[in-house]
Design a binder for this molecule. Structure first.
Ligand code: 13P
Ligand code: SF4
Length: 311
């Protein structure tokens, strides 16, 4: 294992490459990356890096976003099959048809979408800034929010905005529902509960935290929001409702605390497709390049830039 790590580091220097990894990546990838973060943090890193090559250890839409933001860089993904079930729930044709049904509406797209869908959108959001972006849109405007219905319901509940919401979901997070949450609460009554807004239980958890005094320990966060909360918290027990890959980073940041996934089955097989071997091959052969055609990239850059200027 040390050999491959040394080789990756050597190639990285030789090619002036930067390795960006999402919080759900396997531990070995997180440990070798130059930056580990959530979708927003990774986009910001892609925008400001002075590397010539970005190796994106995450899923395809994330690499596409990096290519849109930094068209002059070579963006690589170690496995081109690393997709996203949520991003696959809507394509550009479906969005165009939906827009026709609601003329004049503002389209707010979660970053978990293809470049073609972003190109048909007005604003892009991630789980860490969706509320802020929606709040910035004039109240009289109708909003089409896509593709995640749980994030959409959550944003609608927080902002009080009545939005049209696409019926998409992530196959990992939609399974995290009230039953998992109630079970975990019974097992860990004194823990802090950190819930990703893509979870099936996010809106009900948010309402519980507002309504009941004994639910003040429930918090809804993006993956990086969870990391930041744990850094600042005095608690020693956390229940985590998102993909289990984040536990590695949490344990590194604060090893003295205890972390429990709300469900051991919350594993994104797409995120886990990236391995050290594939990362090495990717750097060595400069594969697989993710390049968004300039015509699409030009249009997709507008909603992404709007988002980056708001946060
Ligand atoms: P974050 O932006 O919170 O890291 O979420 C990305 C994602 O794919 C969640 O499943
Ligand atoms: Fe997509 Fe879900 Fe995997 Fe996130 S966890 S990358 S939303 S499939």
């Amino acid at each position: 294992m040390n050999d491959i790590i040394n080789e990756i580091n050597r190639l990285k220097k030789e090619k002036n490459a930067v390795i960006l990894a999402h919080n759900y990546q396997i531990p070995e990838i997180q440990d070798i990356a130059d930056f580990v973060g959530d979708s927003l943090g990774l986009s910001q890193q892609a925008a400001k890096t002075d590397a010539d090559v970005i190796v994106f250890c995450g899923v395809h839409f994330m690499a596409e976003t990096a290519s849109i933001i930094s068209p002059d860089k070579k963006v690589l993904i170690p496995d081109p099959e690393a997709g996203c079930s949520l991003a696959s729930t809507i394509d550009a044709e479906q969005l165009i048809a939906w827009k026709k049904e609601h003329p004049g509406a503002v389209v707010v797209s979660y970053v978990n979408t293809t470049a073609e869908v972003k190109a048909e959108s007005d604003y892009c959001v991630t789980s860490s800034n969706a509320v802020k972006v929606v709040e910035s849109i004039p109240k009289e405007k109708k909003i089409l929010f896509l593709p995640d219905r749980f994030l959409g319901m959550y944003v609608s509940a927080v902002t009080g905005r009545n939005m049209e919401i696409w019926n998409g979901a992530c196959h990992v997070h939609e399974k995290i529902g009230d039953i998992n949450f109630d079970d975990a609460r019974a097992k860990h009554p004194n823990a802090e509960f950190l819930i990703h807004p893509e979870c099936g239980c996010s809106t009900s958890c948010m309402l519980k935290s507002q309504l009941y005094f004994d639910c003040k320990n429930i918090h809804i966060f993006s993956t990086e929001g969870m990391i930041n909360y744990v850094k600042e918290s005095d608690a020693d027990e956390f229940v985590i409702a998102t993909e289990v890959g984040i536990l590695h980073r949490l344990k590194k940041i604060k090893p003295q605390s205890n972390y429990f996934p709300v469900s051991d089955e919350s594993v994104c097989e797409y995120m886990k497709m990236i391995t050290l071997e594939k990362l090495y091959e990717s750097l060595l052969h400069e594969k697989y390049e993710v390049k968004v055609p300039e015509e699409i990239a030009q249009k997709a850059r507008i909603p992404i830039d709007r988002m980056l200027s708001i946060v």
